[in-house]
Write a protein that binds this ligand. Sequence first.
Ligand SMILES: Nc1ncnc2c1ncn2[C@@H]1O[C@H](COP(=O)(O)OP(=O)(O)OP(=O)(O)O)[C@@H](O)[C@H]1O
Length: 310
Amino acid sequence: MTAIDISNATKRYGAETALDGLDLTVQRGEIYGFLGPNGAGKSTTINLLLDFIRPTEGEVSVFGLDAREDTLEIRTRTGILPEGVETYDRLTGRKHVEFAIDSKGADDDPDALLERVGIADAADKKAGGYSKGMSQRLMFATALVGEPDLLILDEPSTGLDPNGAREMREIIREENARGATVFFSSHILGQVEAICDRVGILRERELVAEDTVDGLRDSMPEQTRLRVQVDRIPEDSSAALETIESVDGVSEVSADGTTLVVTCEDRAKTSVLRTIEQQGVSIEDFATDESSLEDLFMAYTSDNRTEVTQ
Ligand SMILES: Nc1ncnc2c1ncn2[C@@H]1O[C@H](COP(=O)(O)OP(=O)(O)OP(=O)(O)O)[C@@H](O)[C@H]1O
């Protein structure tokens, strides 16, 4: 049984295309990580699910319900933590949760929800005085109201410290264990790795990969991070970095003092070293690290990525 079914969805704003023919299915009970760099179309997709915007073409359904026709039922069954927390400065934390309970016709205990997200002590404080992380926890509490069948979390760890992010992951797991489907959007692969059953990577308004994290890793050419110690920074350093980045198979280049850090496919190593020397500098030493998941994400979303056939 599907929780989310998006079929050939396109969203255009005049000449601007925000989403291009997206097909995406999330099964009930899954924790699905929806990844993409800024501007890839993640928020647009979420807004389609809740009928905040309508597709120019294509179909969107949630629990078999049509996103346009059955909007109210979908919204009642969904808990959303939107990107960019918006609290009402003059209302207390408890009032926010009470408001969410009333609007959903739910019967949760507001204090229990605040306790669950770790801000029970601040229940009677006005949200205007909350830190970023506290505001994020408060909005998470409102998303949990009414034991939703679907949790949509847009960049949920924004503003949270590592402990806060871990606590949030624990609650997401508990919600999933009770039967909730979770749709988790982020541009940070490391954060979805620990928790998601499946990951979809959106790039320039299209889904470019979809699999388990392990599956994605297996389908990618081996990535390496090269650390190259040079004798000096090239005169026009940004042009030099751009030249290195344009080498086929390279996904990212940065400079840390006189060390150049280059993420690339294994096959590109020799060309990278040659290109560095062509910038008029001498290589004094180099070392290679195993690639991280962030490198994998970069490889999928940067311009020089290898086309991956699924
Ligand atoms: N109302 C709008 N009018 C015009 N263009 C828009 C509008 N909303 C989104 N877009 C464009 O659609 C593309 C996708 O935007 P979207 O907000 O969905 O990306 P995102 O993946 O959520 O990015 P981020 O991680 O930065 O939140 C972007 O190029 C954006 O500029």
